[in-house]
Design a protein around this ligand. Structure first.
Ligand SMILES: NC(=O)NCCC[C@H](N)C(=O)O
Length: 420
């Protein structure tokens, strides 16, 4: 297991808890999840429902993830591991009680089994509770109880009494820092809904995040972090498609306008397909004025421009071509698209394998999956430094480096000496 990277609260005094107002400034602190036993729950019978396209080789996925966090640390990024921050948050008795509540679903278990599990978990250590919250529990793993439970009898021993959360790997989606506030997402897919309860506990009870203010409520209309791109300070692009709904985009806009975190939100319709489940599957920023984008999206993406109106409401303009609306909102002449210029079949293959899902370490420096040879070469030809990582197993959940990272501190973009 990787060593702890959590500074003690005292070492943090005088330091801002978090701040992210762009996509490409030097990355300082990031929240990630090293895949664990929750991936061992995937079988050919449940992988579709649990949003994985195949059954990952778990040890190899962990090696790949360790290499990913190794790159981050080598580049001076502080890496917070979800398992560690959750475990330490659960030391607080209030967090522990909320964690037990998040694990026990009495509609699934019935009153009797729910009581059995609740009292078992109430005395569990933070380590055990963390493991149950992440990896779930099957009916055969439930503690023994007196008497007969119809629910226990009628379930297969391998059915889940507590669902595992294999998509925790994609920390991008469950929360997103906008300025110095955190928006807890409202995840659309049933397999992911419970993830927000875990990040909610971390931000509410881990000493590191004491005082963190919320930008959006977990019970609001669906938004997922993979749909939210901070194109520039005060300018958000929000994909609206399979996951984030129009109501989610509008309500996030209201929230960031009310908190003075943004002046423009671009609502960008994306195809309601698995291949394009989030905006960051087709477009990510690689420099302050440049994106890498799936060629087919380049001419077809449009945007509605949301701005605050005088009555504390939202004014809706457009639609207009996305690239134009984005440049306009960012106050630049043009948002450059790195021309990945691939033939349509290669483009489609590399988009599916998260070629467009890069994580910027600094302006003009990105982490990308090594397998997307042509996209990476094109990025380099355009002056972007590409740090390649393996993702054969990590990618089986259909997510790349951006999906696997939730930036918590990112510096402002300096206007001098930028690459790209
Ligand atoms: N931002 C992203 O595109 N995240 C990838 C999420 C993959 C995950 N298996 C899902 O279907 O939600």
């Amino acid at each position: 297991m990787t060593e702890s990277t959590i500074p003690s609260p005292s070492s943090l005094s005088g330091r801002s808890v978090a701040r992210v107002d762009n996509e490409v400034g030097p990355l300082r602190t990031v929240l990630v999840h090293r895949p664990g036993n929750e991936l061992r729950r995937l079988t050919p019978r449940n992988n579709d429902q649990l949003l994985f396209d195949s059954i990952p080789w778990v040890d190899r996925a962990q090696e790949e993830h360790d290499a990913f966090t190794g790159v981050l640390r080598d580049r001076g990024v502080e890496v917070l591991l979800l398992v560690e921050v959750l475990r330490s948050a659960l030391e607080d008795p209030r967090a522990h009680a909320a964690g037990v509540h998040a694990a026990v679903d009495s509609r699934r278990l019935g009153a009797e089994l729910a009581d059995v599990l609740r009292s078992h978990l109430s005395t569990a250590s933070p380590e055990t509770l963390t493991e149950v919250l992440m990896s779930g529990m099957t009916f055969e793993e439930l503690p023994a109880s007196e008497g007969g439970s119809l629910v226990r009898k009628m379930h297969h021993p391998h059915d889940f009494a507590v669902d595992p959360l294999p998509n925790l790997l994609f920390t991008r989606d469950s929360s997103v820092w906008i300025g110095d506030r955190v928006a807890i997402s409202s995840l659309a897919m049933p397999a992911r809904k419970r993830e927000t309860a875990l990040v909610d506990l971390v931000y509410a009870y881990h000493p590191r995040f004491r005082g963190a203010v919320r930008a959006y409520g977990a019970h609001s209309a669906p938004i997922e972090g993979g749909d939210v791109l901070q194109l520039a300070p005060g300018v958000l692009a929000v994909g609206v498609g399979e996951r984030t709904t129009p109501a989610g985009a509008e309500s996030l806009a209201r929230s960031v306008f009310a908190d003075d975190l943004a002046h423009t939100v671009l609502a960008v319709p994306i195809a309601q397909d698995r291949a394009t489940m989030h905006l960051d599957t087709v477009c990510t920023m690689v420099a302050p004025d440049a994106v890498v984008m799936y060629p087919l999206a380049q001419d077809s993406l449009i945007a509605y421009t949301l701005t605050p109106d005088d009555e504390k409401g939202v004014r809706v303009g457009g639609p207009a071509p996305f690239l134009e609306a984005a440049a306009d909102a960012m106050g630049i002449d043009r948002l450059r698209v790195i021309d990945t210029g691939l033939d349509p079949v290669t483009a489609e293959r590399e988009q599916w394998d998260d070629g467009n899902n890069t994580l910027a370490l600094a302006p003009g420096v990105v982490i990308a999956y090594e397998r997307n040879l042509e996209t990476n070469e094109r990025l380099e030809a355009a002056g972007i430094e590409v740090v390649r990582i393996a993702g054969s197993e990590l990618g089986s959940g259909r997510g790349g480096p951006r999906c696997m990272s939730c930036p918590i501190v990112r510096d402002a973009v300096s206007t001098e000496g930028e690459a790209g």
